[in-house]
Design a binder for this molecule. Sequence first.
Ligand code: AMP
Length: 280
Amino acid sequence: MIFCKGISSLNTVLNSKEFRNKSLGFVPTMGALHQGHLSLIRKAKAENDFVVCSIFVNPTQFNNPEDLKLYPRTLDKDAMLLAAENCDILFAPEADEMYPDGLKKESADDYGYFIHVLEGAHRPGHFDGVVTIVRRLFELVNPNKVYFGQKDYQQCLVVRELINRMNANLSFVMCPVVREEDGLAMSSRNVRLSEAERKASLVLSQALFQLSNSWEENSWVDALQASRDLIQNNPLVKLDYLVVCDPNSLKELDSFQPNAIALVAALCGSTRLIDNVIMS
Ligand code: AMP
């Protein structure tokens, strides 16, 4: 695996004979890699001639400075994991190269209804930071296919809209949520959970699975309430939202529809976790 610390080394490598005119899959990450990230790398490896993974903890998408400070950074271990997956290029730039004019961000305000709800409402400015860095990375890497996780479902909608607006010849691939054996969605932030919080965090996936198992016209309202109760009855978990939405607009359902998505966000101790399940 080739390690590119900066933009000029990335350019040199991407323009070399080895990589020029080959299909390129790209997996952007913030590092502290786990099996969820690696599932994206594997999918990208299977579908492209070569794969670039970026690791950059993007300051402009954090609305909470404490969260940015505590975000785990494990670059050496990440590089080993990526090499073991035969990832071809790791791009790990510094903030001053990604933001040469300071930490300015573009606005995603006009992306549509879905940008203002859920994470958009709870983390003001978050998606502005996401579109700013994702656009910059896409322009630098110039991939054919990009891979994102359903774990961050709303982010998937945002990036798909960004790609539409960029008019780029770029395929978007959404990959399924990878979970721990007990159901907790893998996340770089899970390492911050205490033992008790880790146990308590299970109610999130339990609530989602319980809800999707009883996703029926006659009982969906009660099922949603029962799932909210399950989370709210746990003293270590503070529910931000558990909603069922239309999967395209993210409008909350006011009547039953079979194709829907349930999304949850909650604080476990001081760690904020998100998860979702697509109803089928
Ligand atoms: P992050 O490093 O958290 O920004 O995540 C980088 C990419 O990995 C994003 O597209 C995430 O949606 C994806 N990802 C994170 N956790 C998981 C997971 N448990 N399963 C699948 N993809 C994931």
